[in-house]
Design a protein around this ligand. Structure first.
Ligand code: AGP
Length: 617
């Protein structure tokens, strides 16, 4: 959601900013803009639309010279997406300029005060209010930009990642963060700096970066070390300079048409990376420091509450089945957005597991903060290393999926399930709720999953063909039971978000309680009917669909003969333990959505209205 890419140093800023914005496109946005500072002048261009529209506008309007500048991709909150509301925003005097991710909740109150003091506003945004507040404080208190930013931020309520530039002090940026990430790339000898929402815009220039913590601001000045301080307490902070592990190759498409397809195909490796070093099959061991160090807490917990959103919530639902079945621990799965406002009953005997690819989802983050305050132990399952949720958690396990850039989560989901399966097995063994032989069988089966995922990727053409038959359907139903009920939800979500076809996921048995009314000869129904766990019941559901002329796309286990005789299309998955089937059944559903969306000409990697990490409520 919204992206920031900026540069200050000795190189031409424009290519760094524009390429940086392109790398941040995955976050989701509806407008883009930038400033370049050159020859004592700020050049500002912004537009509704894509970064490519911005490039076009720039080529018509300005020369791209300048060693200082920053750009922004905006995902509209306050004010419709249009040229005027796009960032950057000037202050009244046009000496100051800002880009902002997040929301200033009390902007209207501040705006009314500023209007009375003679400020005028061109846009409907909260951001323009913030830059004018900074200017008002700077002038009134006669302080430097850094101090003015700090004082202004102490007056606002909300969330932000901001970069501010003052044309009267053109060798520095002021940046600050609360609830929205900001990374500062540090060039050699402090001769150049980069600011961005994540490290992808500057990865080829430097491997050293500071990630600001919530409530911190920094003054970035050419030729000097970055100065970080706490916005509230004003105390200086000694920031950690991290060595980035990210490579350019990881954030490029690598020959695939879309990031989503690349990420679908990366799953065998991503799953292997997730269990590598943790699952020692020959020794019969699962090593996970975050669990090992807190084993007693987990084995004596009253219950586990899982909080997450979207696809990560679906992974949480799979975990509910895993933990209850294998580890015999009661589990509740909650949407972060509901949980945080529900005044839930939480005790210090509860463990909260937060699942999040980005580690930045605002509702999940707020939910764990609240759970911690109420005494719960919080365990984070995140993909992005050093993300807010990872840092806020008491302990955790990274999924090691590598950067996921397609807005539709794919490898994040399967790697989350992998981590959660390892945890369930580890706890099951520790509690004695699973036999040693069953535990060993699971480990052996788990090790075979990447190869089995590969075999499913090999039937891509078949899935594409099925997609071509149903691409013009207006509704889809996805059905599954047990471990595969969450997969049905996930399959439906994937289709909705990238093809804009309405789709619903249901537990197969619930079909009779409503959705069956929708079924006719135009309705494709994807049914997951693997051979273990409620197979006969699902077969009955398939019969019921058939009797109403629905079109059946069945995901079955290899060698199935019963469903073959009834369904219109069969997709076979290799045999495995029932609890591990979500890692396989998901794959063809991802491919099906992908192909339908491509055939419909949709923007698969950046679907309309969606953001990769949802950093606002
Ligand atoms: C997944 O395809 C979606 N784009 C979305 O539901 C996502 O899973 C959700 O926003 C949660 O994100 P997180 O895992 O980064 O917290």
């Amino acid at each position: 959601m919204c992206g920031i890419a900026g540069y200050i140093g000795y190189r031409d800023a424009y290519p760094i900013i524009i390429n940086g914005l392109k790398r941040l496109e995955y976050r989701g946005y509806d407008s883009a803009g930038l400033i370049l500072y050159d020859k004592e002048t700020i050049k500002l261009v912004k537009t509704k639309g894509k970064v490519s529209d911005l490039e076009e506008k720039i080529s018509d309007e300005i020369s791209v010279s300048g060693k200082i500048g920053f750009g922004h991709t905006r995902w509209a909150t306050h004010g419709v997406p249009n040229d005027v509301n796009s960032h950057p925003h000037y202050s009244e005097s046009e000496n100051l300029v800002i880009i902002h991710n997040g929301i200033i909740e009390n902007y209207d109150t501040i705006k009314q005060v500023l209007i009375k003091r003679g400020y005028t506003f061109k846009s409907d945004t909260d951001t323009e209010v913030l830059i004018n507040l900074i200017e008002e404080i700077k002038n009134k208190e006669n302080v430097k930009l850094g101090k003015a930013v700090q004082l202004a931020l102490n007056e606002v309520v909300g969330a932000y990642a901001i970069t501010v530039f003052d044309k009267t002090k053109p060798d520095e940026f002021v940046v600050a963060r609360l609830g929205s990430p900001i990374a500062i790339g540090i060039g050699k000898d402090n001769k150049e700096f980069f600011v961005a929402s994540d490290a992808s815009p500057f990865i080829e220039y430097t491997k050293n970066a500071i990630y600001l913590e919530d409530g911190e601001m920094a003054i970035i000045k050419i030729g000097r070390e970055v100065r970080v301080r706490n916005i509230k307490s004003d105390s200086l902070v000694n920031p950690d300079v991290l060595e980035l592990k990210l490579s350019l190759e990881q954030i490029e498409k690598g020959g695939y048409d879309h990031f989503m397809l690349k990420e679908i195909y990366e799953q065998p490796k991503a799953i292997t990376d997730t269990y590598r070093g943790r699952m020692l099959v020959n020794e019969g061991l699962i090593k996970m420091a975050g669990i090992d160090d807190n084993l007693q807490k987990f084995t004596t917990a009253n219950r586990i509450i899982i909080v997450a959103c979207g696809t990560s919530w679906h992974a949480g639902l799979v975990a509910e089945y895993l933990f209850e079945d294998i580890a015999r621990i009661p589990v509740e799965v909650e949407y972060g957005s509901e949980f945080r406002y529900r005044n839930p009953i939480i005790t210090d005997k509860d463990i909260v597991i937060a699942i999040s690819q980005s580690g930045e989802t605002a509702d999940t983050l707020a939910a764990i903060k609240m759970a911690k305050e109420k005494g719960a132990f919080v365990f984070g399952v995140c993909n992005v290393v050093g993300s807010s949720i990872a840092r806020e958690s008491d302990a955790g396990a990274y999924t090691h999926a590598g950067p996921e850039i397609g807005v539709a989560s794919t490898k994040a989901f399967t790697t989350q399930i992998t981590v959660l399966t390892l945890i369930a097995l580890k706890l099951g063994l520790a509690k004695g709720s699973i036999s040693k032989s069953a535990y060993h069988t699971y480990l052996q089966e788990m090790e075979l999953i990447p190869k089995k995922v590969e075999s499913l990727l090999a039937i891509n053409d078949k899935v594409e063909k099925i997609g071509s038959i149903y691409k013009n359907a207006t509704n889809f139903l996805y059905l599954g039971r047990g471990f595969n009920f969450p997969v049905a939800l996930e399959g439906a979500l994937k289709l909705k978000e990238i093809s804009y076809i309405h789709a619903e996921g249901y537990p197969a048995a619930e079909m009779k309680h409503g959705p069956i009314a929708l079924i006719d000869e135009n309705m494709p129904i994807v049914v997951i009917a693997t051979n273990k766990g409620h197979y006969e019941k699902v077969v009955s559901n398939i019969q019921e669909i058939k009797s109403r002329n629905g079109k059946i796309i069945a995901v079955v286990t290899e060698g199935d003969t019963t469903v073959k005789g009834i369904a219109d299309h069969i997709i076979e998955i290799p045999e495995t333990e029932e609890a591990l089937t979500p890692l396989l059944t998901t794959i063809p559903l991802q491919l099906l959505s992908y192909h339908i969306a491509v055939m419909l000409g949709k923007n698969v990697d950046q679907p309309r209205n969606l953001a990769k990490s949802v950093t606002v409520e």
